[in-house]
Design a protein. Structure first.
Length: 236
């Protein structure tokens, strides 16, 4: 992702409906892990950009490190007081079996050799450790936005599951997100000429946030969406 897009993301992520709900989804996953008996430990936020998800991890008791490839993103995360390392997702500078959790939201689609990034996630997780992964879905939604933010591909359920399982992880859950707004996204992508990272009017932002929040309470996770979410673990 270009430096200008990183800065734009960092400026928007505290208020933009997309990033706010993604952080809420991460927080819900962490609460469920805690309820199931997972104790917070060392965590890695791969492709952390400005560190929005890293801050969620820290707020829930984890000891996270933000990993970011770009100098711009790493600089923003450091400005926010986060522990940051710069590295490539295909070569994580972490010892094997050291982490209890790896978060990789919107990373695999940027990497040509996505199987190498998935294998590195598996290697760094301790047995029983959890991976939380998010990717954009469906090549039918491919647009100028994907080009602007540096995507290599969009996934379907089968291709995402295949990459994760080939890496040696066991998939626990795989579901769609941003289902209700998929028709809006499809229309927007047909007419877009660049990134969708825009500073929206507050009322528009609130309306979109209200719609996407409603998905928490509706049985739509098996329907086509804009993103795919996955939870997996490294087997003992």
């Amino acid at each position: 992702m270009e430096a200008t897009e990183i800065r734009k993301l960092a400026a928007l992520e505290d208020t933009h409906w997309w990033y706010r709900e993604r952080r809420a989804l991460l927080a819900r996953s962490l609460r469920r892990m805690a309820a199931a008996g997972t104790r917070p430990g060392r965590a890695l936020d791969v492709g952390a950009a400005g560190g929005g998800n890293t801050r969620v991890l820290r707020a829930h008791g984890w000891r996270p490190v933000a990993l970011e490839y770009s100098a711009e993103g790493a600089g923003v995360a450091r400005e926010r007081g986060l522990e940051v390392i710069r590295a490539d997702a295909r070569h994580l500078p972490v010892g094997s079996a050291r982490l209890g959790l790896v978060v990789a939201f919107d990373i695999l689609e940027h990497v040509d050799e996505d199987q190498l990034a998935a294998a590195e996630i598996r290697r760094t997780l301790r047995p029983g450790g959890t991976a939380l992964i998010a990717v954009p879905c469906d090549m039918a939604l491919w647009s100028a936005h994907d080009v602007a933010v540096g995507h290599v591909r969009r996934y379907d359920r089968e291709s995402l599951r295949a990459v994760v399982e080939k890496a040696g992880l066991v998939v626990d859950e795989l579901w769609s997100w941003n289902v209700l707004l998929r028709p809006v996204a499809a229309w927007r992508r047909r007419t877009s000429t660049g990134s969708d990272l825009d500073d929206l009017h507050p009322l528009v932002n609130l309306g979109l946030r209200t719609v996407v929040t409603a998905e928490r309470y509706l049985p739509v996770r098996s329907l086509p969406g804009v993103s795919l979410m996955l939870r997996a673990h490294r087997p003992a």
